[in-house]
Every structure is written in structure tokens, then in C-alpha cells.
Write a protein that binds this ligand. Structure first.
Ligand SMILES: Cc1cc2nc3c(=O)[nH]c(=O)nc-3n(C[C@H](O)[C@H](O)[C@H](O)COP(=O)(O)OP(=O)(O)OC[C@H]3O[C@@H](n4cnc5c(N)ncnc54)[C@H](O)[C@@H]3O)c2cc1C
Length: 391
């Protein structure tokens, strides 16, 4: 039996796996994606569904991340207009808020500067006369409301669209396909996987570990053993309520710990998130906790008095996803959110593991992955540019 050979095998059908497959196929490579369940079934369907610069990352000095995210946001709005749409964000500032109006104005000015100025990153102070139209927002103690623009998507639909684009360019996809081992043999890897419980194998010039929260579990399947980043899983929960807001997304400060929480319109309902709770255990078993639901309801009720009698039993649905953050002493809010790569060989990498990252920057991340592995890939004729492909 002949064993199929690929230029690249990608483990994981989340946004990063789909993005890398699209980028590899666009450069003319033969690529196979292995996904243990379904496309976008992991973190890429449990995010806050924002395509955004990440205003709050300015405070931790992650300017390159914000710059890149704002530029990728614009590209996605242009290339995927049916999946990514601009939406107004409202940032209320109260007398007790952690950040005063001056600080917010400075942050939004820097955000606009990093986004290249122009209409897409413009912001304004909402006049008091318009406060009554803000979906019943609490006005007691309110000193100012700022409005700026970011974008919203359906994360799983976006991931599926990127994967479809990769397949149109020639990528192969195996669903219900779990990597079980990858063994380095001279200038390639031999891959074993279970597809619908049947043993399969192939060989590949390069291997990309895009397994999200399972990144280190996949790294443990590789021999010789790989370097790994010590990580911590941080769970984030969202709740969905049978109500809605009309004006846009509200960027609030949780009363309990002053963390950011978004109140968003979502498919005709109201979505509130997120939380940050250290998670230990099997990533497949992450579930919203009662304490997280209470935290989100309390935040919602603080800013929108009509929800003051809402109970956790009124929640229609809830979901939780896992962030993969580097293990550190610093607080969760201070940890870097940049994507990190670990390769098997600094001279000529053939295997690359992706740690962390953002939905928003998946395309830029995929380009970086391709550049890092370029030396180990055969020369092929480029057939498309992911910056231009419509989704
Ligand atoms: C609560 C929360 C909110 C977020 N909000 C935002 C946001 O608003 N905007 C934004 O830009 N980013 C956001 N992010 C970040 C973003 O969602 C993630 O960075 C991104 O979805 C990660 O995608 P991924 O492809 O790396 O991982 P995943 O989507 O988890 O995909 C990994 C895939 O690998 C598969 N897999 C694992 N092991 C194997 C194996 N052995 N064999 C085969 N397949 C395997 C899994 O089944 C899974 O489908 C958020 C993250 C969280 C947790």
C-alpha cells in the first residue's frame, strides 16, 4: 500500500488550522488538515465573536498586536462582508470607573492612530441628550459615554468559510481524524492518525500543530520530544439571554473585579461575556460555572437596571472556551496575548506549534507560519494571495 505524502499536515480545524491550510494551499502546497471533531468545534466557536483591535491591550503596551489586529480587521471587513460587520461600541465612564474620561480619550486616540486614522477608527463623545437612547443604560453616576467602532462575526461560520476557501484551493480535510503520533524520519514526519476509528498514516515535509488548548497534548505525540511552552488554560464564559440591545456593543467594567465585560446583540438575543477562570482538567470538558453565570448577570444588572431581577435560571444558553496563556506570576489581565510559535529545529524547522492567538489575526499568523516553514517546503507555483481572497 502506498502511503500518501503531503507538503504539510495541519493538526486542528480551528481558525488557526483553517488559516494555515488556506495560506499553504494558496502557495500551491499539498496540505492535509486533521480535525478530531468538526470545523471550529473547539475555541473557535466559543469566543466573544469580535474582530477587533483589542482596545484593552493598549494598557499592557501590546501595540504591535493592536496595530496588526486593526489592519486585519479592515481586511476581513473588505474580504468577508457577509461574515464580518462593523458595529458601534459604547464605553460608559462612571464616577467610580477605573479609567476616567481623559484616559479613555487618550486610549481611543492611540487606537485611531494605530488604525491609520480615518473613519473606521473615528470615535466621539456621546452627547448627554443621546444617553436616553442607549438601551436603558444606567445613567446614575454616569460622567461620559464614548462611542467607537470595531467589528463582530460568527466565529464558527468564519472558520468554516476559511476552511472552505482552503479546500477550494486544493487542501484536503479529514474530519473525525485524530493525530496519534508523529515521528521524525530524516527530512520528513511520518504521521499516524485515527479516522473514524480506522488507523491511517501519511508522510509530510512539514507539520503544524494548531490544536489550540490541546497544543501540548499534540506535542506529546511527537518524537523525538519537542520543546513546549508551559501554559495555563483560562476559561471564558458567555451567557445568552432572551432580550437584546439595539445600539451596539457595550464595553463595561465588572463591578466585582473591574475586568472588561461586553454586552452584545447576538442573533436577535443578548450575549454577555466574558470571564477569566483558571481551568484544570480535560479541555473537552470545559463548561460554564454557576459562579461565572452569577458574575455576568450581576454585571449586566449593574449597568442595565431592567435586569435587576434576572436569575441564572433565566439564562437561555451558555458556553465556555479556553484561552491558552503562558504560565506566569503576573495577573491574568497582564499576560501577553500575542501568538507564540515553537519549532522543532531552529536551523531548519519542519514542525511548528502555535500557542494562543486571536481570531482576528488568524490570517497574519498563518503567513508567519508559512514563512517560518518555507525552508522545508518544496517550491510550488503560488496560486492566490490570502490578503485578497474573498470569503
Ligand atoms: C473566551 C474567549 C473569548 C475570545 N474572544 C475573542 C474575540 O472576541 N476575538 C478574537 O479575535 N479572539 C478571541 N479569542 C481568541 C480566539 O478565539 C482563539 O485564539 C482562537 O479561536 C483559537 O483558535 P485555534 O485554531 O488555535 O484553536 P481551536 O479553535 O481550539 O482549534 C483547535 C482544534 O484542534 C482540534 N484538535 C485537538 N487535538 C487534536 C488531535 N489530536 N487531532 C486532531 N485534531 C485535534 C480540536 O478539536 C480543535 O477543533 C477568544 C478566546 C476565548 C477563550
Amino acid at each position: 500500500m502506498t502511503v500518501p505524502h503531503f507538503d504539510m499536515v495541519v493538526v486542528g480545524g480551528g481558525i488557526h488550522g483553517a488559516g494555515v491550510a488556506q495560506a499553504a494551499a494558496a502557495r500551491g502546497h499539498a496540505v492535509l488538515v486533521l480535525e478530531q471533531h468538526d470545523i471550529g468545534s473547539g475555541t473557535s466557536s466559543r469566543s466573544s465573536k469580535l474582530i477587533h483591535g483589542g482596545l484593552r491591550y493598549l494598557e499592557t503596551g501590546q501595540l504591535p498586536l493592536v496595530y496588526q489586529s486593526l489592519h486585519e480587521r479592515e481586511r476581513l471587513i473588505k474580504n468577508a462582508p457577509n461574515l464580518v460587520h462593523r458595529i458601534p461600541f459604547y464605553l460608559p465612564v462612571y464616577q467610580h470607573s477605573k479609567r476616567g474620561p481623559l484616559k479613555i480619550r487618550m486610549g481611543l486616540s492611540l487606537y485611531a492612530l494605530l488604525g491609520g486614522l480615518g473613519k473606521a477608527v473615528s470615535f466621539r463623545k456621546v452627547p448627554k441628550t443621546e444617553w436616553a437612547a442607549l438601551d436603558g443604560l444606567e445613567t446614575k453616576g454616569l460622567s461620559a459615554v464614548f462611542q467607537y467602532w470595531d467589528a463582530q462575526t460568527d466565529d464558527q461560520a468564519l472558520t468554516q468559510a476559511v476552511m472552505r476557501s482552503a479546500q477550494t484551493l486544493g487542501a484536503k480535510l479529514a474530519l473525525s481524524a485524530t493525530l496519534t503520533s508523529a515521528v521524525k524520519e530524516e527530512a520528513r514526519y511520518r504521521i499516524h492518525f485515527l479516522e473514524n476509528a480506522e488507523r491511517q498514516q501519511c508522510t509530510t515535509d512539514t507539520l503544524v500543530n494548531a490544536a489550540g488548548p490541546w497544543v501540548n497534548a499534540v506535542a506529546d505525540c511527537v518524537s523525538p520530544p519537542l520543546q513546549k511552552i508551559e501554559t495555563e488554560w483560562v476559561q471564558g464564559t458567555h451567557i445568552i439571554i432572551d432580550d437584546t440591545v439595539q445600539q451596539g456593543i457595550y464595553y463595561l467594567e465588572a463591578p466585582q473585579d473591574r475586568r472588561p465585560v461586553f454586552v452584545m446583540p447576538w442573533k436577535g438575543r443578548l450575549m454577555v461575556g466574558t470571564t477569566e477562570t483558571i481551568f484544570k482538567g480535560d479541555p473537552s470538558e470545559v463548561r460554564p460555572l454557576e459562579s461565572e453565570k452569577t458574575y455576568l448577570i450581576e454585571t449586566l444588572a449593574t449597568y442595565f437596571p431592567r435586569f435587576r431581577s434576572l436569575q441564572t435560571s433565566d439564562i437561555q444558553s451558555a458556553f465556555a472556551g479556553l484561552r491558552v496563556l503562558p504560565k506566569a506570576e503576573s495577573g491574568l489581565g497582564q499576560r501577553p496575548r500575542e501568538t507564540r510559535f515553537v519549532v522543532d529545529d531552529g536551523q531548519q524547522p519542519r514542525l511548528l506549534s502555535i500557542y494562543g492567538g486571536k481570531l482576528t489575526t488568524y490570517r497574519a499568523t498563518a503567513q508567519q507560519v508559512m514563512d517560518q516553514l518555507a525552508k522545508s517546503l518544496p517550491r510550488r507555483k503560488i496560486i492566490a494571495d490570502t490578503a485578497e481572497i474573498k470569503l
